[in-house]
Ligand binder design. Sequence first.
Ligand code: DP6
Length: 332
Amino acid sequence: MTTEATAIAHPNVALSKYWGKREEVAGAVGLGAGPLSGPANIPAVPSLSVTLEGLTTRATVRFDTSLAEDRVTLDGAAARGQARARVVDMLDRVRLVSGETRRAEVASRNDFPTASGLASSASGFAALALAVVRAARLDWDAARVSDLARRSSVSAARSILGGFVELDGPVARQVAPRDHLPLAVLVCVTSEGPKMVGSTEGMRRTMERSPFARAWLDEAPKLHAALREALLARDFDKVGELAEASALAMHASAISAGVVYWNGATIEVLSTVRALRDAGTPAYATIDAGPHVKVLVRPEDVARVRPALESTAGVLRVIEARVGEGARLVES
Ligand code: DP6
């Protein structure tokens, strides 16, 4: 007997950043292990993201009584090692709580290159979580699917929902729908290679070694609360200023632990963004766990800002994204 489901999801970019997991912070910064420590993958600070459209992961899951083991294909190639283990872990979690005993065939494909500068783990685990749940014939709401996605990758919890999404502790919720604030995100790709240090490892080192880890953990919730308020007030400039401040504070803590994601082009783009602002165009930068810079602009300024970014030294290409919808089921 087989049951199958296919879901799509988009990446997201955090305006107020998540960096640090509760369980690690408890150990490294001396908070003491609370009831939430353990493998639940709960962020140490709240974050607020925008789900993007224009880039999509499509995941199909088929539970099948005739399979002896799980089969996982990522972008057309059989997955092995750590990549396969992360997918099987999610399948096991669903089997454990649902009584599902069948093995599964999983195929996941991105319509954007993994080195595009946009986190494929967010869209990948969001699409996969929804597809697994439906293929197992479980009637879970978005909050429960998001909880499942978060256990594989924290940022994936936010891609379950569309528009502007907050993740506070274990729970993701939509703060505002996609049309709340007109926004374009220009992704400046500055390197083709994989990142040096994965985000899980980068934040672990930061919490363990950065003299500023405590300062980041204290500051991030304040930046988040102010950004949330600015977003609700539709104050584009305030949202942009706070998003840039959140990214810079996060990277300052990482850099002080020796976790440097930036390259020369990252800094060049930051100065282009500052020059645009000095010349009167509102543009703000945010940076995730990699060297690429995501520039936040008003849609009417894209035509002016894009060429300035494209001619910045070290920028390989610019990808334009807008605010998008959450994960959803599609025809297999
Ligand atoms: C810098 O969600 O990729 O993009 O939970 O370990 O899978 P894991 O990390 P991940 O980290 C994202 C970090 C960030 C900031 C953010 O998206 O909030």
